[in-house]
Design a protein around this ligand. Structure first.
Ligand code: AOF
Ligand code: ZN
Length: 363
């Protein structure tokens, strides 16, 4: 006999809440992605998600969209409801006032203003609360928010494409395209999931890239370029296309902060090999960047590695070797990192690894 697959009904409603949450992508940062489903007698009576930064929270939108009286309903929310007055009133109060009887939560809100206090407030009002349904997915969805809200530093993903022997290209003066279309879409998805995308001066000059999201739906991240001496040609595409904000980091030894019509210059201290990466990530965190994608080139990747400022590596490996390749990919997954994905993308392979994902949270 075939084994019967039973999927927990609570997991199903929570995965719907997560699906709704994702619809806020590109519009809510630095807030988390949150979705909410209201259920009565096994039927969904209302759905909502946090649609834009500063706007109504998921719970409020689900209640507004409810087709039935929400009294005695069960709410499924991927993040613990907030219990403080931010840009919007506490969701715990709203759930209590609307007579919600039971709440399933994906994960506690890592925001120190909430972190368990939302659950307490609900319990105090005699609402039955369950924490940890679909927790792994909930956690993965809001990893950048978790890092940023607790450290004010963005979650950093470093990305590189290499040949089977580990080369990124011939040399640093030429750009070579190694990977195929499927990997290209994968990278664009990474871009769509990032608040900002960062490259070095050399990559900017040689590739003159757009750094926009084109092969998947999504919003364009802020483009960040490292240009110690401010020698980038102003004829670059990204300075004129008006498709996204541009930030250029330069040396504070020579420049004061200033804003031009095509970019915002931010001076930071110099380090041994270029600009100080820890200062750069801190400045980006101050600008509400919760997730940063570092797209290269080799020197920039190396300086992020040296500064221990990478949380996740995404490495694409093409099927074919490159003749006369000399430019080594500096990204090598450290032994104690956790490989979260290993897959084929068309002819290419992708490996994604994260630092310290083993300990999530105490429930
Ligand atoms: C929720 N539901 O949909 C979201 C929550 O300034 P505010 O009022 O928008 O509050 C932002 C904080 O609220 C944010 O840092 C996070 O702790 C929480 N986000 N909470 O109950 C939501 N987006
Ligand atoms: Zn809220």
């Amino acid at each position: 006999m075939e084994p019967v697959l039973t999927t927990d009904i609570h997991e199903i409603f929570m995965s719907r809440a997560l699906e709704l949450a994702r619809q806020g992508r590109g519009n809510v940062s630095p807030n988390p992605l949150v979705g909410c489903v209201l259920v009565k007698e096994g039927e969904i009576i209302g759905e909502g998600y946090h649609e834009e930064f500063g706007g109504a929270h998921a719970e409020v939108n689900a209640l507004r969209n409810s087709r039935q009286d929400p009294v005695d309903a069960t709410a499924y929310i991927n993040l613990e409801p907030c219990c403080f007055m931010g840009k919007t009133p506490p969701c715990t109060d709203t759930l209590i006032q609307n007579g919600i009887a039971e709440v399933y939560i994906g994960m506690l809100d890592p925001n120190p203003e909430v972190n368990g206090k939302g659950v307490e407030a609900l319990k105090k009002a005699n609402i039955i609360v369950h924490v940890g349904v679909g927790e792994e997915d909930a956690w993965n969805l809001n990893r950048p928010f978790e890092k940023w809200i607790t450290t004010k530093i963005p979650f950093v993903t470093a990305k590189a494409a290499q040949t089977p022997a580990g080369f990124m290209g011939v040399d640093s003066d030429h750009s070579v395209w190694l990977t195929g279309e499927v990997s290209g879409r994968h990278t664009h998805q990474l871009r769509a999931e990032s608040d900002a995308i960062l490259i070095g001066r050399q990559t900017a000059v040689i590739d003159d890239p757009a750094l926009t999201v084109r092969h998947v739906p999504g919003e364009n991240p802020t483009r960040v370029i490292l240009d110690t001496n401010r020698t980038l040609p102003l004829t670059l595409n990204m300075f004129h296309d008006r498709k996204a904000k541009n930030i250029v980091f330069c040396s504070e030894n020579r420049f004061d902060r200033n804003k031009t019509h095509f970019c915002d210059y931010i001076p930071v201290p110099e380090a041994e090999n270029g600009l100080s990466i820890p200062h750069i990530v801190r400045k980006l965190g101050e600008k509400n960047v919760t997730s940063l994608l570092v797209e290269g080139g080799q020197e920039v990747l190396q300086s992020f590695l040296d500064a221990d400022c990478i949380d996740r590596m995404v490495i694409y490996t093409a099927a074919n070797e490159l003749e006369k390749a000399e430019l080594k990919n500096p990204l090598i997954i450290p032994e104690n990192w956790v490989i979260t994905i290993e897959d084929f993308l068309g002819e290419d392979r992708v490996i994604i690894a994260e630092k310290g994902v083993e300990c999530l949270q105490e429930l």
